[in-house]
Write a protein that binds this ligand. Structure first.
Ligand code: ATP
Length: 234
């Protein structure tokens, strides 16, 4: 049984339908990437799984339990943590306070603490008393990842980590992922950058217009097929 699974997941914004029966799964210990162009439905999928959007209960199953209708705090308490698009730090709080926020709602012992987050991202220790917003975009992204890890999640959902960051910074951020995997977390990464997604993921899902158009292991997927699944081109 998969750790996390969506079954014919549909999602709506009022009467606008954004997801049309999305089926995907994440096994324990896996890293899965979801790629697709703007508007494909990737963030809607993340918002659904994390409980920001409500769905039908059985459309999302975590560890054998239907969670589609749970609210975000309940989903977080189960051990599903989200690194949201746009980082969303608390501007009036320091780096360390932002990290500690990740502890609320789920105080589980596990590999992640301030100490191990600072080992993962040493620059955050140097900056720990600075306001989160005084950091560079890449450093803010590190805080956002660290904050999610502070809850010691079973599943880490990452929405567009690379957005607005320079390639060298993106490389730094992704350099942390082997350690995050080794900590035992299963990971879902939403990425517009297919090359980056293929490097980090065990399996890849392509989405277009609210549907999964292709899935498989990066090595098994042909470049042309990914291109067609991503852009809708022949
Ligand atoms: P992006 O990379 O731009 O974030 P995405 O693949 O994450 O794209 P979504 O943000 O999930 O796509 O959007 C899927 C569809 O839902 C799009 O057509 C978008 O316009 C629509 N949509 C997203 N958020 C809302 C909202 N709050 N209200 C209404 N429609 C929305």
């Amino acid at each position: 049984m998969a750790l996390l699974q969506t079954n014919g997941l549909t999602a709506f914004y009022r009467d606008f339908q954004a997801l049309f029966g999305v089926d995907l799964w994440l096994d324990a210990g896996e890293t899965v990437a979801i790629v697709g162009a703007n508007g494909a439905g990737k963030s809607t999928l993340m918002r659904s799984v994390s409980g920001v959007l409500r769905n039908k209960p059985e459309q999302i199953v975590f560890d054998g339990r239907p969670i589609g209708a749970l609210a975000a705090p309940e989903v977080m308490a189960l051990g599903i943590a989200m690194v949201p698009e746009g980082r969303k730090l608390f501007p009036s709080l320091t780096v360390e306070e932002n990290l500690l926020i990740g502890r609320y709602g789920r105080s589980t012992n596990g590999p992640w603490s301030l100490e191990t987050i600072y080992q993962l991202f040493p620059v955050l220790k140097e900056r720990r008393n600075n306001p989160g917003t005084a950091l560079s975009g890449g450093q803010q992204q590190m805080v956002s990842i660290g904050r999610a890890l502070m809850s010691n999640p079973h599943v880490l959902l990452c929405d567009e980590l690379s957005l607005g960051l320079a390639p060298v910074i993106i490389k730094d951020i992704y350099a942390a992922f082997p350690a995050i995997r080794e900590s035992g977390a299963s990971i879902v990464i939403v990425e517009q950058d297919i090359g980056q997604a293929m490097k980090v993921a065990d399996r890849l899902y392509c989405m277009m217009e609210g549907r999964v158009t292709l899935s498989g292991r990066p090595m098994e997927l042909k470049r042309e097929a990914i291109h067609a699944a991503y852009f809708g081109a022949d």
